[in-house]
Design a binder for this molecule. Structure first.
Ligand code: FES
Ligand code: FES
Length: 158
């Protein structure tokens, strides 16, 4: 392996032949394409030094398909045409699963009207705000949101 602890996670991951799904686009934290889950929390791999995450459990897009079965969000994205070129999709999936965990934990967002409410509403507005760091140059946002709604209804994340 050519990477060192000072490498960014996105560069380190690219060195593993079986972990090529994580994408790098802007390389400056602006597009979300490189999002992975570090100990379950969404993280921009292009801004994270590998050494920061020594010992952490890192989930890349390769970790979502289990025993040949698509993760419910992957299946929903296919059903709702939630992608075109697919370049942003690994990051969208990692980010959406992390985002749903944050939502289920009761963390408010900038558009949450009542942060003291017992039950937040998983609305389009909440999804738009919470996923605003993940850009899709193909503009597949309508399908992405529909897929996230469906996956959330089915109980994702897992
Ligand atoms: S490549 Fe990391 S945020 Fe764009
Ligand atoms: S599907 Fe092409 S960038 Fe999102």
């Amino acid at each position: 392996m050519r990477w060192s602890p000072a490498s960014r996670c996105s560069d380190a991951l690219q060195e593993y032949p079986n972990l090529t799904g994580t994408k790098k686009d802007c390389n400056q934290g602006a597009c979300g394409a490189c999002t992975v889950l570090c100990d379950g929390e969404r993280t921009l791999a292009c801004l994270a030094l590998a050494v920061q995450y020594e010992g952490a459990e890192i989930t890349t897009i390769e970790g979502f398909c289990k025993d040949g079965e698509l993760h419910p969000l992957q299946a929903a994205l296919m059903e709702h045409d939630g992608f075109q070129c697919g370049y942003c999709t690994p990051g969208q999936i990692c980010s959406a699963v992390g985002m749903m965990r944050e939502f289920q934990a009761g963390l408010p967002s900038a558009v949450t009207a009542d942060v003291s409410a017992n039950a937040l509403e998983f609305s389009d507005e909440e999804i738009k705000e919470r996923m605003s760091g993940n850009l899709c140059r193909c503009g597949a946002y309508v399908g992405i949101r529909a897929a996230i709604h469906e996956a959330f209804r089915s109980g994702v994340p897992r």
